[in-house]
Design a protein around this ligand. Structure first.
Ligand code: NAD
Length: 488
């Protein structure tokens, strides 16, 4: 047996791991030190058919299991996540490269969605109204069937957890196609679901790359598709699924702007801006990527530079997902330097002692950037902050408004009027005031605008319930008298 075969983690279908003979094998490397962490098979058409059939079979019973019973599984699963949070954070750390505390934070955020989904019976309660004498109108929500979620590398637990609890809580059965770069956490979640008593076949994991995603999207047994990943892939998934008449929501990439005005609190702002840009090594769709300093912000940039220089790579700041991604990020820094931009904090050629084969880029700040520079326009997806100076808030808003993405935008100010003006005019789905990563906490929903999202609605919150269910409207008349009105 080769080393790869020894480390094989199978597809998770019907509560068991499957590693069908003859399927391509995808190696999984730990970004921390470049070592081989595991391997997964890439699902063939036959495996895809098998997984969909298992989920279809499970749907027959799960879809008619009373919702109060379904959420009991979610309660037990939450308990298991909490009990196993150290092990799970460690697994995320090893397969994604982020720090253990960042791994822990993403489980905690996933648990928030789980808590939201555990309250589905309460949320479904008041959907009936007597609309005229003796006549009731009622909403009834039904699950769709077997549904699919395709997820990116940067949050191996949290992004899948945006969809799994709500989709299965609503009575669907679920196929997850995790990123081939971080496929291990999703199988571990499956084992914990089994332990929590989730019936066999309700949650399944199929490994693979783009080809497996596309086979699943096209599969006639898949009723709805949720996608999170880069904008090019999101657009392609959206078009493919919509052309087949399927329900689809596809979240894409981002380029988030932080705007600092002169009255901002210097210390709080400097710390917060750096945390936003460098957390998760900049590999999050809500990370700050462009900093716009408006007017005379005094020593703000110096403070930010000092904060960034104090970050210890390897302990405060995790690894980059792959050598390819590291090269791509460093390419942006090199080209900016070649164009004459100052790089007062330069994360190129960073190594961590004892982990020399790991993939690291240190905190990076590129100063004196103009709005049309590639580092101000492209999603770099690394710990790189590009700084633009402007004279007025309106100029800052114009730059933010003109970027094609629309996940997040934040302002740092001590003026309520400035904050309100910015919140009203920022062209993004999630806006922060003195918060650099304005991820709404449940029950507020998550979702961007423009090229950061294809399809309608947000991925969590009430929109999640709407996405994963179909609505029936039932009008009933029970009346002892033969009264008549326009709708009798
Ligand atoms: P990616 O687009 O390369 O891959 C995402 C997933 O889609 C993976 O499972 C991959 O196997 C699959 N895939 C890739 N190309 C596909 C295609 N053409 N058709 C179908 N499936 C395809 O993204 P990534 O590099 O894993 O993740 C990083 C990206 O995800 C960044 O752009 C980031 O901004 C984005 N992201 C967005 C959000 C959000 O909420 N908007 C959240 C997290 C990450």
């Amino acid at each position: 047996m080769t080393t790869t075969e020894q480390k094989l983690t199978g597809h998770f279908i019907g509560d068991q791991q499957h590693t069908p003979a003859g399927e391509d094998i995808i190696d999984v490397f730990s970004p921390l030190d470049g070592s081989l962490l595991g391997a997964v098979p890439a699902a063939s058409r036959q495996t895809t058919d098998q997984a969909v059939a298992v989920a279809q079979h499970a749907f027959e019973r799960w879809s008619v299991t009373p919702i109060k019973e379904r959420v009991q599984v979610l309660f037990r699963f939450k308990h298991l996540l909490e009990k196993n949070i150290d092990e799970l954070s460690n697994l995320i750390h090893r397969e994604n490269g982020k720090t253990i505390s960042e791994g822990r934070a993403e489980i905690e955020k996933g648990i928030e969605v789980l808590e939201f989904a555990s309250s589905l019976p309460q949320l479904f309660e008041q959907e009936k109204l007597e609309v005229s004498s003796g006549v009731d109108c009622e909403y009834k929500r039904y699950p769709l069937g077997v549904v699919l979620s395709i997820t990116p590398f940067n949050f191996p637990a949290m992004v899948p957890m945006w969809t799994i609890p709500i989709a299965i809580g609503c009575g669907n059965t679920f196929l997850l196609k995790p990123s081939e770069q971080v496929p291990l956490t999703s199988v571990r979640l499956g084992e914990l679901f089994s332990k929590a008593g989730l019936p066999t076949g309700v949650y399944n994991v199929l490994h693979g790359r783009q080809q497996t995603s596309e086979m699943l999207i096209d599969h006639p047994g898949i009723r709805a598709i949720s996608f999170v990943g880069s904008t090019a892939a999101a657009q392609s998934v959206y078009r493919r699924a919509a052309a087949l008449g399927k329900r689809v929501l596809a979240l894409g990439g981002a380029k988030n702007h932080l705007v600092v005005v002169p009255d901002a609190d210097r210390e709080i702002t400097a710390k917060n801006v750096v945390a936003s840009a460098m957390g998760c090594a900049g590999q999050r769709c809500m990370a700050a990527s462009v900093l716009i300093l408006v007017g005379d912000t005094g020593d703000m940039l110096d403070r930010i530079i000092n904060e960034a220089k104090n970050i210890k790579v390897g302990s405060d700041l995790g690894a980059i997902i792959s050598d390819r991604a590291k090269q791509r990020i460093e390419g942006y820094i090199t080209r900016a330097a070649q164009r004459g931009h100052a790089v007062p904090v330069d994360g190129r050629n960073t190594t961590v002692v004892g982990k020399e084969n790991g993939w690291y880029v240190g905190p990076t700040i590129i100063a004196g950037v103009t709005p049309s520079d590639e580092c101000a326009c492209d999603e770099i997806f690394g710990p790189v902050l590009s700084v633009i100076n402007v004279s007025t808030l309106e100029e800052a808003l114009t730059i933010e408004n003109n970027n094609p993405y629309g996940n997040a935008a934040s302002i740092y100010t001590t003026s309520g009027a400035v904050a309100r003006h910015f919140s009203e005019h920022a062209n993004a789905g999630m806006v922060g005031v003195n918060i650099g990563v304005p991820v709404p906490r449940e029950p507020f929903s998550f979702g961007g605008w423009n090229q950061s999202r294809f399809g309608a609605g947000d991925i969590t919150g009430m929109d999640g319930i709407r996405f994963w269910t179909k609505l029936k409207k039932i009008t009933t008349k029970w009346s002892a008298t033969a009264s008549k009105n326009w709708m009798s």
